[in-house]
Design a protein around this ligand. Structure first.
Ligand SMILES: [Zn+2]
Length: 138
């Protein structure tokens, strides 16, 4: 809705004439509503129209400054020295277990016809397991 600039009556946006006073909208800008309303709001809230956004930015800025810096630092849990050492030692042990298992498997397979298929299967499963654990710890 727009309002008639002459009598102030609400008029349909696409109306060419005011239904109250017959004012002609011909040749008026497409959206006269904004043009007529703006001065009103400007007069009423001129100070706050300017100060409002400035204050809002200031308040947000101060708020951000007050937030402890740790809040912005990377959230993912930081490992302590001890945790890193423990994990690395575990990883090393797993790698060694993997190497040992692999060597055993290769030795068993090298036996050719004398190789124990059960043992090979067992070693392969064990190696898979160790490999999964290595992945978890990396
Ligand atoms: Zn009118």
């Amino acid at each position: 809705m727009k309002s008639c600039p002459q009598c102030g009556a609400p008029v349909a946006d696409d109306a060419r004439f005011c239904t109250q006073c017959g004012y002609s909208f011909q040749g008026q800008p497409a959206q006269p509503q904004a043009a007529y309303r703006l001065p009103e709001t400007k007069q009423r809230g001129s100070i706050w129209a300017v100060l409002g956004p400035v204050l809002a930015i200031l308040i947000i800025g101060i708020g951000l400054l007050l937030v402890p810096r740790s809040f912005w630092e990377k959230k993912p849990k930081v490992e302590t020295e001890t945790e890193i050492t423990v994990r690395q030692e575990a990883l090393q042990m797993l790698n060694e277990a993997f190497e040992t298992g692999k060597a055993k498997l290769e030795a068993e397979m090298a036996k050719g016809e004398d190789a124990d298929p059960e043992k090979i299967k067992e070693l392969q499963l064990a190696l898979e397991e160790v490999r999964e654990k290595i992945k978890e710890n990396q």
